[in-house]
Design a protein around this ligand. Structure first.
Ligand code: PXP
Length: 252
């Protein structure tokens, strides 16, 4: 896998399912259940999404297994499954064989103080999970902080990709802390690239801070969810995605 010429957009559609679950929890298969994450994914693809990202959480708070299977069948979709490093999820990924898997923390103790997966602390388990998923043919990324120790640990697991956590930067946006957080991300991108890792990023990116995010070096793909789903309520998913794509393509 090599870095794309332009920054790719992975659209995270979890919150389309969050809205459905707000009314149809325990009854998501009802013929009345709406909105449909599948239709949202189709519209996102029509709007130019390069991939669809979904997080099947242990508590099934938004996306359900049926959603994953239905979206995986969409013609031409490049599915990125976010999942925890658990035996249940590894078995699920082996059955589904998505193009990409991003390993994320779900329980408090797996999270670094800043917010990403603590690969240093859980090295053995993450390494085993990476190897198992690579055998299933998935391209594996690790959702980590832009921190040298975590990036080096990610490389040692043999994961080819890291997704750097942009949440702290997004929270600091328009405050005096933003420059410091941006520098941390910039250094993380440089370090990961130097080590030969593909660099993705995500969390808390919106239509405003994207203008700064795209100036980060070596970006391959951005995974963006909440802001696109929120914008879609006003202009529709297709338009919301195409507007975000226009923002990404300003680097070209
Ligand atoms: N990347 C990862 C690994 C995520 O878990 C999420 C969802 O929290 C996102 C990206 C997208 O974040 P947001 O919904 O804030 O755009």
């Amino acid at each position: 896998m090599s870095r794309a010429e332009r920054i790719l957009l992975g659209v995270n559609i979890d919150h389309a399912a969050t809205l459905r679950q707000a009314r149809y929890r325990g009854n998501h298969e009802s013929i009345h259940a709406e909105p449909s994450p599948l239709t949202f994914a189709q519209e996102a693809l029509a709007g130019g999404a390069d991939g669809i990202t979904i997080h099947l959480r242990e508590d099934r708070r938004h996306i359900q297994e049926e959603d994953v299977y239905a979206i995986a069948k969409l013609a031409g979709v490049r599915l990125n499954l976010e999942m925890a490093c658990t035996a249940e999820m590894v078995a699920f990924a082996h059955k589904l064989k998505p193009a990409a898997v991003c390993l994320v923390p779900e329980s408090r103790e797996e999270i670094t103080t800043e917010g990403g997966l603590d690969v240093v602390k859980h090295f053995r388990r993450v390494e085993e999970t990476v190897n198992s998923l690579k055998q299933a043919g998935c391209e594996v990324s690790l959702f980590i902080e832009a921190n040298t120790k975590q990036i080096e640990a990610a490389l040692s697991t043999s994961a080819p990709v890291v997704e750097l956590h942009t949440g702290a930067f997004a929270n600091a946006w328009k405050t005096p802390e933003a420059d410091k957080e941006f520098e941390r991300l910039r250094n993380g991108c440089e370090k990961a690239n130097q080590l030969g890792l593909i660099v993705n990023a995500g969390h808390g990116i919106n239509y405003d801070n994207i203008k700064k995010i795209i100036t980060l070096p070596h970006l391959h793909e951005l995974n963006i969810g909440h802001t696109i789903v929120a914008r879609a309520l006003l202009v529709g998913a297709r338009q919301a995605v195409s507007e975000m794509k226009a923002n990404l393509n300003q680097t070209q």
